[in-house]
Write a protein that binds this ligand. Sequence first.
Ligand SMILES: [Zn+2]
Length: 307
Amino acid sequence: MNLNELIDLERGPRMALIQWLQRRYLLADPLNCAQCNQGMELTTRSQDHVDGFLWRCSGCRKRRSPRANSFFQEFSKLPLSTLIKVIFYFTLDDPQKRIAQALNLNQSVVSAICRRLQDVCSVDVQNRPFTPFGGPGAVVKCDESKFNHKPKYNRGRRARQASWVFGIVSTQYTPSRGYFQVVERRDAGTLLPLIQRCILPGTEVHTDDWAAYRRVNTLPNVAAHRVVVHARHFVDPRTGVHTQEVESSWSSLKLGQKRRKGLRKEDLQVYLDERMWWQWRGGGPDVIMRNFIAILQLQFPVDTPVP
Ligand SMILES: [Zn+2]
């Protein structure tokens, strides 16, 4: 799937776009009437209307939008072609500002759509978890990093808000993949259960010398624990253990955070969920749109009968 295909769809008849979305199970085909227990019929409506079509039940005469049950329902004023393009750019990780410019949309509209797309990623990593990972022979690196937020108010007292994020990065993949969670505390009582839950038995764990990690080797799933002090050395000269993967994970997460203009505290975890989805489920630029469409299908079962 590429941009030219989407541009052709936008220029073609609206029905072709609806059928394209139906073939991908993103729109109902047909929409079913719960009351009459039958499929509804897709009929034309005023061509001034954004979709130009609606579902009509031949039994009870009810009418429904072609977007019923779908992701597109929530943004009913925007053309389907525009929404599918936002999804396309979103999966390519384009900045929201650039998406707004490319599609001639208000940035707050793009931000609202992208927030819902992030929620879809977030639900997917919860419903189909990629943890635990690692296992015999595998090495993971644990670290915490401080994320600053934009101030709540532009005037007056500018208390700098910050959150700690705990990360467990696998060294088995390039580009790297990890688990990232906002934590209230950086103590052993918080971090050790997270490590135990996220790794498979037999995993080797590398950390810095932060006190909370002192008892990592007592966790049942940890085969070995090595300490590298990266405040002083990028590569520990004694052990050769280095923290490069985790450092590059933090810098790419923070770059994305910066592009989103700092992110509010309450939006940080959903952003991390989106990045985790990207790392573990995205599958790379050639297939990511297809993979994203697959999770939209799971979360928006369009054939559900409508009351
Ligand atoms: Zn009916």
